[in-house]
Design a binder for this molecule. Structure first.
Ligand SMILES: [Mg+2]
Length: 399
């Protein structure tokens, strides 16, 4: 089987309610949906970040992909790796990840095997997902969102837990002053005493603030599974981590292979979050998992507004990572809609690992068309500003 063409369709799916984070507001999700056409009539599908820049990357990559067997993703990554050296970023890891996703979907369909089988086999039938608790602005129709206080966030957690059965609660922080977010965690712990807690301030804090808040957590016995990116960069994380005995996790200061050695040497983090896009694809994430295993680091999985195809990629990857030892992240419960035919559903806070060939999900053409038109009318979501706070600039640290 050979790849003969690659097609890309950018989409923007508006959010149920705008998500707030330390550096702005996410009003929706812009993604490029990839369709990889083969000479056997099988089409593989993939999803990755962005619109115009991603499409440029795919066009750059196309001459190096056409003619390859989609099962040979090592060859693919080797060919495209040259575009990621130093200043050259025409085919960044995000784009390579989307292409590899579509390749393994096609190969799985051809072989009659799910993607996790091509990754070496599954070690779990279901993947646990954490409730991802965002402070949100209210939706335009006023019916959803509006989580702007500790009490409102607990009410939101109650809704998500009742609806989806989540056990682990992850607070997306870096929005309110740290002491207000601390109060949110206290209330969450009072309401859900058996639930492990995670706090992710997205590098909104200085090193000093991180040490102050970390010491308070320890003094008052408010236990976290991990504190994720409280401050910025490997050096800042390393300084703060030396001062507080709390596991630190990251999807910000250590997101590429070349950052592994300095990050481990400096002891900046205890847990690294894999990501189906950031690291460049399944193979790269499996290499990351091997490094985490070798150095005794924890392994989790980051989310950034995946639609249904990338959610499938998360589930297949998570199924095939033996040392994944935390519930994974997912924005999926807050997505207003999707471009796949049979949207994901949670069972007791888990997603079931598909057994169908390939990724096990299919595109809904009507919805793909609808959200492609929405993309053309509204272009890409820019999450690095806040339309509700004119003049506000996302400069870190904030607190
Ligand atoms: Mg994070």
């Amino acid at each position: 089987m050979k790849i003969v063409d690659i097609r890309a369709t950018p989409v923007t799916v508006p959010a149920e309610a705008p998500w707030r984070w330390s550096m702005g507001v996410e009003t929706g999700t812009t993604r490029t949906i990839i369709e990889l056409v083969t000479d056997e009539g099988i089409t593989g599908i993939g999803e990755t970040y962005g619109g115009a820049r991603t499409i440029h990357g795919l066009e750059t990559a196309k001459p190096f992909i056409v003619g390859l067997d989609p099962l040979e993703t090592g060859t693919l990554q080797h060919r495209l790796g040259v575009f990621c050296i130093g200043y050259e970023q025409d085919v960044p890891p995000l784009v390579r990840a989307g292409i590899e996703m579509a390749c393994l979907d096609a190969a799985g369909k051809a072989l009659g095997r799910p993607v996790w089988s091509l990754l070496g086999g599954a070690v779990r039938e279901r993947v646990e997902v954490a409730a991802y608790l965002f402070y949100r602005y209210r939706s335009e129709d006023g019916r959803v969102g509006g989580e702007d206080s500790p009490e409102a966030m607990v009410a939101h957690a109650e809704e998500l837990v009742a609806k989806h059965g989540f056990r682990v609660l992850k607070l997306k922080g870096g929005v309110l002053p740290p002491d207000e977010e601390y109060r949110t965690l206290q209330l969450l712990h009072e309401r859900f005493p058996a639930s492990p807690l995670v706090w992710d301030p997205n590098a909104a804090w200085s090193v000093e603030t991180t040490i102050r808040v970390g010491r308070r957590l320890l003094r008052e016995g408010l236990e976290l599974q991990y504190l994720e990116d409280p401050c910025n960069w490997l050096e800042g994380m390393s300084q703060a981590r030396r001062a507080v005995e709390i596991p630190f996790a990251t999807n910000m200061c250590l997101i590429a292979p070349e950052q592994l050695a300095p990050g481990i040497r400096m002891r900046s983090v205890d847990v690294i979050l894999a990501d189906v896009h950031f690291w460049g694809g399944f193979r790269a994430d499996q290499k990351l998992a091997a490094v985490c295993e070798a150095f005794g680091l924890g392994l989790g999985m980051h989310s950034d507004r995946e639609l249904g195809i990338s959610t499938a990629a998360q589930v297949h990857l998570a199924a095939a990572l033996p040392n994944l030892n935390y519930a994974i992240d997912s924005h999926y419960p807050d997505q207003a809609d999707d471009i796949i035919a049979d949207p994901w559903r949670f069972e007791d806070g888990h997603l079931r690992v598909p057994t169908a060939p390939g990724l096990g999900v299919e595109i809904d053409r009507d919805k793909l068309d609808r959200y492609h038109r929405y993309y053309e009318e509204h272009t890409e979501v820019n999450e690095f500003y806040d339309p509700y706070r004119p003049g506000w600039v996302p400069a870190l640290p904030i607190f």
